[in-house]
Design a binder for this molecule. Structure first.
Ligand code: HEC
Ligand code: HEC
Ligand code: HEC
Ligand code: HEC
Length: 469
């Protein structure tokens, strides 16, 4: 009896596998039936990549590797905008189409068929892990996207407005549409997928490819989960002793063994390395410290003479050195002491204040704030001032009350503006403030906030005005 069962079972397997190899064309799967019956007249589902000039529609041999299922179902049920705004055939031989729509159940069957049968072996899974992708890295990706012409052919949305060219697919919702492994592999060598189609191979390093791919994955995703290293285990595990060792090996050459800014390499530098011994680094926001040390001075609006240490020390090493610094440098006397060479430290928060700030260009200098001082705008300005403005909120220098006495202001020459002093503030126009916030004040600690939106800058200006009323 037992033998018989085993025997029939084996026959079933044999017959089954015979049927599967001998008659693959007859579709039993609903998704496959639909694809063969309703889609293959326009789309290619097998064979080699071909030029867009010879095709009616984008090839889908790799559809399973390319699309996120939810987006695919929405697209096929007519709930997404067209991807090619000028039509797929951009030589103007065809107009944009209204894409065929199927019922939700059918769309789901098609999506399942894609993910079962249309996987491209060249697209390896989990090559690019974005669980440790930071907001700073997304901003590097955005820069690449704009500087390497991606935006010339792929449109994105900024502040709700579409910008960029529309020669190729729109990226408004790319983070919901495409799979990360697909973008990465596609970008490694676009002609593998769309040869002779106007596609573009960019000169971007492997790391740059990670940044731009991660950035594309944030497009259209409002709640993208960025990695925040300062909230991670690495900070709980940070080791002051290990950090001290790193400080000696890497930082002391410029900042000096005891943080006096007098390391052997400091001699030729301008600006001089920060004097950690005089800074209250235990007060400094830890996300800011992480970003300065990991990504370098240039990426937080400071000098590129402060190198980026992330690739050398790795996240754990950066957490260690920060733990060491916060434990060691807690500021000294709270009065201005040694000023940089040839300059005299001015009293913090004096009123009126000596002011040598460069004047904004004429048309900008005389601009009036276009926003109303409504409760909502003032609140937004206040939140930016106190905590949200990046890389570093204004209060750390200008003080919690805007009186120019932030803890970071000790030793600063010139000192931060005292916004509570009407005598000084009445001389400064809205446009002047706008310009300095956007571009920084050259050769001072007032850095450029060029990542803020114009509206946010005007909200800040509204808030600053209130402080001297
Ligand atoms: C009449 C020709 C035609 C038919 C039939 C057709 N499509 Fe398309 N399809 C297109 C064109 C043209 C585009 C590009 C449209 C756009 O700009 O959004 C497209 C886009 C797509 C995309 C997005 C491609 C990408 O690269 O992002 C998918 C997925 C898709 N079609 C699936 C299907 C499926 C599944 C069917 C069958 C149910 C189907 N299409 C039937 C012409 C067709
Ligand atoms: C000169 C125009 C042009 C430029 C510049 C360009 N692309 Fe493309 N891109 C294309 C074309 C054409 C396709 C293929 C569309 C198709 O399937 O027919 C494409 C497809 C893609 C795709 C696949 C997505 C999809 O919807 O099929 C990605 C991802 C992509 N490009 C990323 C980039 C990145 C990143 C840059 C900048 C480094 C860039 N592109 C610059 C023309 C361009
Ligand atoms: C090649 C010289 C050099 C080395 C090496 C160096 N730094 Fe710096 N660092 C600078 C300079 C220059 C500045 C001042 C930048 C400015 O004011 O724009 C600075 C500023 C800083 C600041 C202050 C940022 C602020 O808001 O004022 C911190 C914190 C810092 N460095 C930490 C480190 C750590 C940690 C290391 C070692 C892992 C290190 N630095 C190694 C040159 C260096
Ligand atoms: C790292 C310290 C620091 C931070 C952070 C900082 N400031 Fe300043 N700010 C200064 C210093 C120093 C000056 C004086 C510059 C000068 O005299 O030219 C200044 C001057 C200004 C002025 C006066 C411009 C003028 O023409 O007189 C404005 C407005 C201003 N800051 C706004 C802001 C705002 C808004 C923020 C936050 C988004 C901010 N600052 C963050 C240090 C800082």
């Amino acid at each position: 009896m037992k033998k018989f069962i085993v025997y029939t079972f084996m026959v079933a397997i044999l017959v089954g596998s015979y049927l599967a190899t001998a008659m693959p064309a007859k579709a039993t799967d609903l998704g496959q039936q639909l694809v063969q019956g309703q889609c293959s007249s326009c789309h290619k589902f097998e064979g080699q990549a071909e030029s867009r000039f010879n095709l009616k529609a984008p090839s889908l041999m790799w559809g399973g590797s390319k699309f996120q299922k939810d987006w695919l179902v929405r697209y096929l049920t007519g709930k997404e905008d067209p991807l090619y705004q000028k039509g797929y055939r951009w030589d103007n031989s065809r107009k944009p189409i209204k894409h065929a729509v199927v019922a939700k159940k059918e769309a789901e069957a098609i999506a399942d068929y894609f993910s079962k049968k249309l996987n491209d072996p060249r697209v390896k899974k989990n090559v690019l892990d974005l669980t440790h992708f930071t907001e700073m890295e997304a901003s590097f990706g955005e820069k690449i996207f704009k500087e390497h012409s991606c935006i010339a052919c792929h449109q994105i949305k900024e502040d709700g407005k579409a910008t960029g060219g529309s020669q190729s697919t729109s990226f408004h919702n790319a983070g919901k549409r495409l799979k990360v492994d697909w973008i990465h592999r596609f970008n490694l060598d676009p002609p593998d997928f769309v040869p002779h189609s106007g596609e573009f191979v960019a000169d971007v390093s492997e790391l740059g490819l990670r940044y731009v791919t991660g950035y594309i994955m944030t497009l259209g995703v409002d709640d993208f989960k960025f990695y925040e290293p300062w909230k991670d285990e690495i900070f709980k595990n940070a080791d002051v002793k290990r950090g001290g060792q790193f400080y000696k090996e890497y930082c002391a050459q410029c900042h000096g063994l005891s943080g006096e800014g007098d390391g052997p390499a400091a001699l030729d530098l301008k600006p001089k390395p920060a004097i950690h011994a005089k800074m209250a680094l235990d007060n400094e926001p830890v996300d800011y410290l992480y970003n300065v040390v990991y990504y370098g001075g240039k990426n937080v609006g400071k000098s590129p003479l402060m190198p980026y240490w992330g690739l050398t020390l790795k996240p754990q090493g950066v957490a260690d050195v920060i733990a060491y610094m916060r434990n060691t440098f807690k500021g000294g006397e709270k009065v201005a002491r040694v000023a940089p060479e040839g300059k005299v430290a001015t009293q913090l928060g004096s009123c009126p204040q000596v002011r040598k700030t460069h004047r904004a260009p004429g048309n900008i200098h005389d601009m009036k704030n276009p926003l109303e001082p409504s409760a909502k705008n003032l609140k937004k300005g206040k939140v930016l001032f106190q905590s949200r403005a990046k890389p570093l909120a204004c209060k750390h220098c200008h003080g919690l009350k805007g009186d120019g006495k932030g803890y970071k202001a000790v030793n600063m020459v010139p000192p931060p503006r005292n916004f509570t002093c009407a005598k000084t503030m009445n001389e400064i126009t809205d446009g002047q403030m706008f310009w300095i916030i956007k571009n920084g004040s050259k050769d001072t600690e007032m850095q450029a906030y060029d990542k803020l939106k114009e509206k946010q800058i005007w909200q800040l200006v509204l808030y600053l005005r209130e402080l001297s009323k």
